[in-house]
Design a protein around this ligand. Structure first.
Ligand SMILES: [Zn+2]
Length: 385
């Protein structure tokens, strides 16, 4: 969530993967096969040790919802789909992407500074003739280079997103390489890295070069405080604040807030302006007290969809509301039933149940102990059954 992965075009669905040759070795060595962490990285599609495509574990149901996913070969019976790698060239590309991914994932958090990284990309783009001295991208050359570099790879499952990204390569390279880079999915960084550098060592060398050439302090307070503000804003929206509320907290106007949210790739629903934060808090209190959705909607002059959405977006509120509704209904039904018994003290249960709104069935289903306690003696258990 923090990386914005679900909102990114790359998405967050990453099935488990493994190498059959590695599994066999695991079984020989340990008695069972296990999932290898490096092979689960979204950008790793081939086994570096055996230089062969990985197999994707295909489960009809999301594997995390089942217990059988813990080990690759035991427990859950599943289908395996081999990553289709058809040419040697594709294999080389995927091996390079896999190797870079493993190095990338093995770095301590915070090893790379985004602005130095951007400068590293700029140096490499210039070195490959894909950018001018001044830093503008040579777009036609960049598109050509990308197409030829990743030819055929967008057909590999898991890299489908590449197809949608490649159309926008100049934009992507520009976003990651500009002076104040935009955040990007790690997969995008790895694809750009793999295109610009032959080895991890070459990348690290260029990075050191870029770092040495950075004269200004890397952590300029102005940029840091902006980043902190932006991050707080994003977290508030993810936690359920409306854009309006998150903007107020960040001390910016809602228009800027909407702009930020769009830039950060946050999904948000535009809310009706008449439903203010204060009103929302009041409506929430009403719901917590078990008020009817229609009543609350009428009271605050909003649609019942708005109130239902409030409940739907907040599971704990919804649960509290349901419980409060249940208690309110129970109190009502009990009262009515007691009144009925008081007015018809000697009525047989059958006759009582024919009276409209008697509540007997409801109590029988939801409140049986109370019902048994309050029924007149002549109806007690044997008849009730
Ligand atoms: Zn292997």
């Amino acid at each position: 969530m923090k990386l914005g992965i679900p909102a990114s075009r790359i998405g967050g669905r990453h099935p488990l993967k493994g190498c059959p040759a590695c599994f066999e070795e695991d079984e020989g060595r340990h008695g069972f096969a296990y999932w290898h962490v490096a092979e689960q990285l979204p950008s790793v599609m081939v086994c570096r040790k055996h230089r062969r495509p990985l197999q994707i574990a295909w489960d009809p149901v999301t594997p995390v919802h089942r217990r059988g996913w813990l080990l690759p070969k035991r427990g859950l019976k599943r289908d395996w789909i081999e990553v289709p790698v058809t040419t040697d060239e594709q294999m080389e590309r995927l091996l390079s992407v896999a190797t870079l991914s493993v190095h990338f994932a093995a770095m301590e958090p915070g090893t790379l500074d985004p602005r130095v990284l951007a400068k590293t990309y700029q140096l490499a783009l210039r070195g490959r003739g894909l950018a001018t001295e001044k830093g503008s991208l040579r777009i036609a050359a960049l598109v050509r280079a990308t197409r030829s570099h990743y030819r055929g790879i967008e057909d590999v499952p898991g890299f489908e997103a590449l197809g949608s990204i490649t159309a926008d390569w100049p934009g992507l390279a520009g976003a990651l390489a500009r002076r104040r880079p935009r955040p990007g999915h790690p997969l995008k960084h790895i694809l750009l890295l793999s295109m610009l550098f032959d080895t991890w060592a070459e990348f690290r060398e260029t990075y050191s070069e870029a770092l040495a050439a950075t004269e200004e302090p890397i952590h300029s307070p102005a940029i840091d405080s902006h980043a902190v503000q932006l991050e707080a804003f994003r977290q508030n929206v993810i936690d359920g604040d409306s854009i309006r509320a998150a903007s107020a907290k960040a001390g910016i106007c809602t228009t800027t807030g909407v702009k930020w949210a769009t830039q950060l790739g946050l999904t948000f629903t535009a809310r009706t302006k008449s439903f203010t934060e204060a009103q929302k808090r009041k409506a929430r209190r009403k719901l917590l007290a078990g008020s009817d959705v229609d009543d609350v909607a009428t009271e605050f002059s909003v649609s019942r969809i708005t109130i239902n959405r409030m409940l739907g977006s907040d599971p704990s509120l919804q649960e509290a509301w349901r419980f409060a509704r249940f208690v309110a209904t129970r109190t009502q039904v009990r009262k009515r039933f007691q009144a009925l018994l008081a007015t018809h003290p000697n009525l047989p249960v059958k006759a009582l149940r024919s009276i409209r709104g008697n509540g007997y069935m409801w109590l029988y289903r939801h409140d049986r102990p109370w019902l048994l306690d309050h029924l007149p003696a002549l109806w007690q258990p044997s008849r009730l059954r």
